[in-house]
Design a protein around this ligand. Structure first.
Ligand SMILES: Cc1cc2nc3c(=O)[nH]c(=O)nc-3n(C[C@H](O)[C@H](O)[C@H](O)COP(=O)(O)O)c2cc1C
Length: 171
């Protein structure tokens, strides 16, 4: 499978089989996240891997969707704003970007392993931080449910054509 095939195969999965994900596979996708690039190589990311059904139930309280109950594991991706690189010229904090790259590695590695994932950012981050008692410098960036997908036929998600986004030599 070449890279475009892998990236095209990934799509948001919101329905999982009642099958646990092997620890080796979880470690594999986390390794993909770990080796991601980051600004100044500061690696401002932390992950909580939730496999305990009782804690999964707690996480469901921060994002009320029935489908989330089907996920056998949820990875909470966090950004460490104390660690992230800030551009001196304007103070821009690159933590979000770094975490996003890392999570993208993770989701693509999951696809390669036959696993499904879905980015979730529309959740109650404050409550989530309380559940895990994380320090203030850690921002709860995304929940990534992960598991074996229930195969459903769904329409291919449209993307804008390349002419609309790529500019050669001038804008
Ligand atoms: C940063 C980000 C945040 C997202 N947040 C949510 C979310 O809160 N809930 C959800 O169901 N999907 C969420 N998604 C999934 C998008 O809706 C989905 O990626 C998009 O519609 C494209 O579909 P595809 O992933 O199947 O290609 C998010 C995706 C990204 C990249």
């Amino acid at each position: 499978m070449n890279f475009i095939e892998l990236a095209s195969q990934r799509s948001s999965v919101r329905n999982f089989e009642a099958k646990l994900v092997e620890k080796e596979k979880l470690l594999y996708v986390l390794e993909a996240a770990r080796i991601a690039p980051s600004a100044a190589n500061f690696q401002p990311w932390q992950f909580i891997v939730v496999t305990d059904p009782e804690i999964i139930k707690l996480v469901q309280t921060v994002y009320h969707r029935e489908w989330l109950a089907t996920a056998p594991a949820i990875i909470v991706a966090m950004g460490d704003h104390k660690k992230g690189w800030r551009r001196k010229s304007d103070g821009k904090d690159f933590t979000d970007i770094d975490v996003a790259i890392s999570v993208d590695h993770l989701t693509l590695a999951a696809t390669e392993q036959g696993l499904g994932t879905c980015w979730i950012c529309n959740f109650n981050t404050e409550r989530c931080g309380e559940i895990f008692n994380v320090p203030d410098n850690l921002e709860m960036i995304a929940l990534i449910p992960i598991g074996y997908p229930v195969i459903e036929s769904k329409p291919v998600k449209k993307r804008d054509p390349i002419e609309q986004l790529v500019h050669w030599n001038k804008f």
